[in-house]
Design a protein around this ligand. Structure first.
Ligand code: ATP
Length: 217
């Protein structure tokens, strides 16, 4: 990971309102990455906040030193990355630890996202934010909210297949996320991803044309 940027949280709130930005969200396994890739193929700049968060806690990530200081070496794997499994287990059951981790990562995520936006080139910007509905701030920062909707059984089956998880494990993650109804209520636009990947393209083409018509000249 590159050196942390010098931009701060204020920068993100300064930069984003000046861009036409779509906040793309959806539950676990709903198809956010699949949809984001299809927009990218059409020339849209896509920034995935989850990828940024991952990089911060990967080997040489900008968050590693602070995580080491706050949680100790038990939470750093042999290769120097954050031990994701251990950290996931800790924060799942310990609200204070979750808060401490977020206090470290959120400002870094904001500054790295601000930097990525400044460097992004595309027809307009899509910010993929898995927890956009849960974390009120992102919703206010983007121009429109695009929700990838998927029925819950399909979501569970896709994640089980991808991650070799049990249905109960997937359901536990879903229970900690916003409900399908809460997400749909926050949506300006919706893509339904219940059937094939091919069924996504016409929906994306239609929305892409609509978004292009809204981009300030
Ligand atoms: P996460 O929340 O875990 O990051 P996501 O919302 O980004 O997931 P994807 O990774 O795009 O979701 O999709 C989840 C899984 O389902 C992937 O293995 C993907 O290939 C598959 N998938 C997505 N959409 C479809 C579809 N329409 N038909 C079949 N498989 C699909």
């Amino acid at each position: 990971m590159d050196q942390p940027s010098s931009t701060d949280s204020k920068s993100l709130d300064t930069i984003l309102p000046t861009a036409f930005s779509i906040g793309l969200t959806g539950g676990i396994g709903s198809g956010k990455t699949t949809v984001a890739n299809l927009f990218a193929e059409r020339g849209v700049a896509v920034i995935d906040v989850d990828v940024i968060a991952h990089q911060l806690t990967a080997v040489d990530g900008a968050g590693i030193a602070a995580i080491h200081a706050a949680f100790g070496s038990d939470f750093i794997a042999a290769n120097g990355a954050m031990d994701r499994k251990k950290m996931r287990e800790l924060v799942f059951s310990n609200a204070d630890a979750k808060h401490r981790l977020e206090t470290i990562l959120h400002p870094l995520i904001r500054s790295e996202t601000a930097l990525a936006i400044q460097q992004a080139r595309g027809l307009y910007l899509i910010l993929a934010v898995p927890l956009l509905v849960e974390s009120g701030n992102w919703k206010q920062r983007v121009t429109r909210v695009l929700v990838i909707d998927c029925d819950e059984q399909t979501q569970i089956e896709r994640v089980m297949q991808r991650n070799t998880m049990t249905a109960a494990q997937v359901q536990a993650i879903m229970a900690a996320q916003a409900t399908r109804e809460q997400r749909l209520q926050a949506a300006n636009d919706v893509i339904i991803n219940n059937s094939s990947v091919e069924a996504l393209s016409p929906q994306i083409d239609k929305l892409h044309a609509f978004y292009l018509s809204l981009v300030p000249q």
